[in-house]
Each structure stands twice: as C-alpha cells, then as structure tokens.
Write a protein that binds this ligand. Structure first.
Ligand code: 5FX
Length: 521
C-alpha cells in the first residue's frame, strides 16, 4: 500500500503481486475536513509569504481514509507492507514525549483526539512558504556562499527548504523550539503514525532540507550548527529509502484489522516517489511532466549541484544514486497563450503549425516568459524572438511561434538538465500536454532520445506502493535487491515517439546558440 499525503488530499494506492493497481481511495482535505479551514490544503497568511497547514489535518485525514476503506470492507489484513509520500520540505514539530503518545494509542479511539496535544507548532510551514529569505542568506554566509551550500546539500538555500524554516522557528518562537522533542518532515511524521514511534528520514526527502550532506547522506554538522542549537537530537537518523522502519503499530491492527506482520518502509517525498512510480532507475532515465508548471526529474550518477538551477536529491530507489529535479513556472499556460495568439487557437491547429514548420525553425529561437521564470531566474516577463544569426526580431512567420515555444522549452530542459548532470537516455512524458503526439515527437528530436508515455495519475502514491514492495522484498530476501528486480513484470510504458538521428546535426548546435541567447536575456 502506498499513501500520499499531498498538499490537497490523501490518497491510497494498493498493488497486488502482479503489480497491478487493485484499489484506490482518497480524501480531499478542504471538502472532507472543512473545520480546518484550509483552501487547497493550506493556510495563506496576510504577509503574502507565509503558508502553513495543520499537521492534525493529516492525522484526521488518515482516520477518515481508513474509516472509509473499512466501510467499503477493504481487506486490511492482506496488506503486507506500507510506504508513503509527503509533500516535500514541510516540517512537523512534536513535543517532548510525543513518542510515548504514539506508542500508547488506544484502539477504541481515533488518532486525531489522541494526537491533538502533541504539536509544539500547531500550523506547520509547508513547501509553498517563502518567508525565510533572511535565514537563507544567513545560511549562505555561514557555509561559504550559495554555491558552497549547493555543493554540500544538493540545492542552494531555498526559502521552502526545511532547515531555513527550522531556523526561523528557532529565532521567532524560541519557547516552541525548546518544547520540541522531534522535528519531522511531512513524510516521516506520517510514517511515525504508522509505526507508533518517531520515524527516520530517508535521503530522497532529507535532501530537501539544506541540512544533509548529499554525498554521505548524513546530517552535515556545519549545516546543522548554523540552523539551530541541539538540532541533531531533534532530527533523528537518516536511513536508506528501502529500510523497513518497523512493524505497523498495534493501533492499526486492533482498530482496522491490519496483520501484525504488516511492515512499514521509510516514507519519502512526492517527487522522489514519482521517480519510483516511473521506474527511473538508470542514470539518464528522466521524466518530463507537463502541467500548469513543468517539472523535469531523473536519475543521475554524477550530480553537479548548482546554485542557480535545479535540485539534487538522494535517489529513493538506488541507495548510491541521485535524482535531479528542475521546475519551470512557464508550462501549460504559456503554451496555451502561444496557441491562442499565434497558432490558430486550438491544439489541432497548433499541431498543424508544428507539422508545417521545419525542425530547428530555420534557426529561429523564441523565449516566452508569461510568468517570472525560475529556471533560469528571469524576473521580467515578455517574449524575445531571434533569427538564425541571433539578431532580435519582432515577429515570426506563420506557425513559427508554435514551434519556437515547444523547441525552446525542450532546449531549456536539455540545457539545464545537462548543467546539473542529467544526460537523457530515455524520457517518460506525463501530464496534460503528453497526449499531444506532435509535441512528443519534437521532444524526442530535441533530446535525441525515445519518448514513452505514462498517463497513470497518482504517481506519488503508486511510487510509494512500489517502494513498499521493494523494501519488503529486500527485508524478505535479507539482501539489497535492485529496485527493478522487485518490479519485474510491472506494466510497460507506451513508446510514443522516436528521435530522428539526422536531427542531431540541427539540435546539438542549436542548444549552444540557445544557451548564449538565454544568457543575453
Ligand atoms: C519540490 O521541491 C516542491 O517543493 C514541490 O514539488 C512539493 O514537493 C509539492 F508537494
């Protein structure tokens, strides 16, 4: 069973021994638990920067989800192993002694009332928070600059990353910090509920804190020291992602009928779990998720952390591997804007534009920033068009904007992926735009790699279920089993587009021209 505590809902995905999905359930936080007064699962504060969510909401959601599954006569006793996923970076502050509460839960009562008094901070900072710029700059100063922080932890100091959130709480709410016995991530906190004890953190989600040494996968004493006093004792251990962290707690067996033999595998973040769902195990396996914002993630063996772009996390499916994550703000909305203004207003018309223009767009390159962009950081929105000699031009010919926005987005992904060590071998395309065959063909050509599709929703909870199976398999066989050995027989992805080898000669030099023009912007 995989559980995904995402920003807006809790989902469960169950797989059986043939690796097919046999059950899915979900609870929407705003709709099912209106008393927490969240919108989109969070509380946005009046400063426009602070965003929080009550951890008790996630506890109540677990009660509600399990109750609903029990009403549907879900056979809990057949669950062999559970793992899970949490929105990344968010932190949960548990009072001294909360571990005793977790260990002594009364099966006659729901979790919610029993855990209510356990939080020293009742509203947890979450990944949408951007209120910690001062703490980020302090971290940069203490550790030798932005690039030094990235080299040590895998990412530059980021406002949403847990270490900077902890530093803010330590300085603004010192009594609450002193009352805290354990600081958990959303993922490890939810795992704690299942094992009835404080759960360890694993390197996929642990890397999203600016506190872990990316290479050793242990807490960095220097990063801890510049965050808060006595932090190591409050964070607990970091364990490999496939670790069985305990049997399920007696509360789940007595109240819902789970088997006492059911095991729990370390929970990870939503992005690392999505990597597991798409089985991106080998360096060069990457995914492009095209949604409101676009996300690129993939496996890599030689990471090159950068202070200016992307993040490197520990791989959740390879104890020695790494994963890259690059986010873009200009995704679907920007593609739709170009479609509506310059490509006939419909996707069939847009596809016609792609078909009627040449790959490489006769050397023409466009940059379309409808939103301030984070990769690369571009704060001024606008459209920039260049001819084949790199000279700015005001307009393109008919159809060329459609090709320019698609080629430009993929060139950017290839460039910024390369900058942090991602060398694509095979691409999995997901998200709304991945149903568009001409876009996928352009993707294959720009990257020079085959493109596969996966339209399975709920990738984080499915990935957590796969990771549960993986951890269970390793424990059962008493050796490390490669992830894909445990996943042998999983349904194949559809091969959707092949690269045209002749187009390397077009796109390889175009990438270098793109990089130069991007710098000029
Ligand atoms: C990744 O760094 C993020 O902040 C988001 O993708 C969150 O994980 C969403 F839950």
């Amino acid at each position: 069973m995989g559980l995904d505590f995402s920003t807006q809902r809790l989902k469960a995905t169950l797989i059986d021994s043939s690796l097919g999905v046999v059950h899915e359930s979900e609870i929407d936080f705003d709709r099912s638990l209106p008393e927490f007064k969240t919108r989109g699962g969070v509380h946005r504060h009046s400063d426009g920067l602070t965003v929080t969510a009550p951890p008790l909401l996630w506890v109540a959601a677990l009660d509600a989800l399990l109750d609903a599954m029990r009403r549907r006569r879900f056979p809990f006793k057949r669950v062999a192993c559970v793992s899970g996923s949490g929105q990344q970076h968010g932190s949960v502050y548990l009072r001294h002694g909360a571990d005793r509460v977790l260990a002594g839960l009364d099966p006659a009562l729901p979790l919610r009332g029993q855990l209510e008094g356990c939080f020293s901070i009742p509203d947890s900072p979450v990944w949408m928070d951007s209120s910690t710029s001062a703490q980020c700059r302090a971290r940069d100063r203490a550790l030798g600059g932005a690039q030094a922080v990235a080299a040590l932890t895998g990412s530059r100091s980021c406002e949403r990353f847990t270490g900077n959130q902890i530093a803010k709480i330590r300085s603004k709410q010192p009594e609450a910090y002193a009352a805290t016995g354990r600081i958990a991530l959303v993922s490890s906190f939810c795992a704690s509920l299942l094992i009835g004890d404080y759960a360890p953190i694993e390197p996929g989600d642990g890397a999203g804190m600016n506190l872990m040494n990316l290479r050793t996968r242990a807490w960095s004493p220097a990063a801890l020291a510049c965050t808060a006093k006595n932090l190591a004792a409050r964070l607990g251990a970091i364990v490999p992602s496939h670790t069985v962290i305990g049997p399920i707690s007696p509360w789940f067996a007595a109240r819902h009928g789970f088997s006492r033999a059911c095991r729990v595998v370390a929970f990870s973040g939503d992005n690392p779990n999505s990597l597991a769902a798409l089985r991106l195990e080998r360096p060069g396996d990457m995914a492009i998720s095209m949604g409101t914002s676009d996300t690129v993630f993939g496996a890599l063996s030689s990471p090159r952390p950068s202070a200016t772009e992307g993040h490197i996390f520990g791989s959740p499916i390879d104890p020695e591997g790494y994963m890259a994550l690059i986010g873009y703000k200009n995704g679907s909305l920007t593609r739709e804007w170009v479609r509506d203004r310059f490509a006939g207003g419909s996707w069939p018309q847009f596809e016609r534009c792609l078909a009627e223009t040449q790959p490489g767009n006769r050397g023409r390159i466009g940059f379309y920033y409808r939103e301030p962009e984070m990769t690369p950081p571009v704060f001024r929105t606008g459209v920039w068009r260049f001819d084949c000699r790199g000279r700015p031009i005001r307009r393109f010919n008919e159809g060329e904007d459609a090709r320019a926005v698609i080629e430009g987005q993929f060139l950017s992904m290839r460039l910024h992926g390369r900058n942090i060590g991602l060398a694509p071998r095979k691409i999995l395309a997901t998200g709304g735009a991945s149903v568009n065959r001409s876009i996928l063909k352009t993707m294959a050509d720009v990257f020079g790699a085959p493109v596969y599709t996966s339209c399975r929703p709920n990738s984080a909870s499915l990935g957590a279920a796969y990771r549960a199976l993986h951890g269970w398999d390793c424990a059962r066989k008493k050796r490390y089993v490669p992830f894909m050995e445990s996943l042998r027989g999983a349904p194949p992805f559809e091969r959707a587009a092949e690269p045209d080898p002749a187009l390397r000669a077009t796109y390889d030099p175009m990438l270098e021209r793109y990089a130069k023009l991007e710098r000029s912007i």
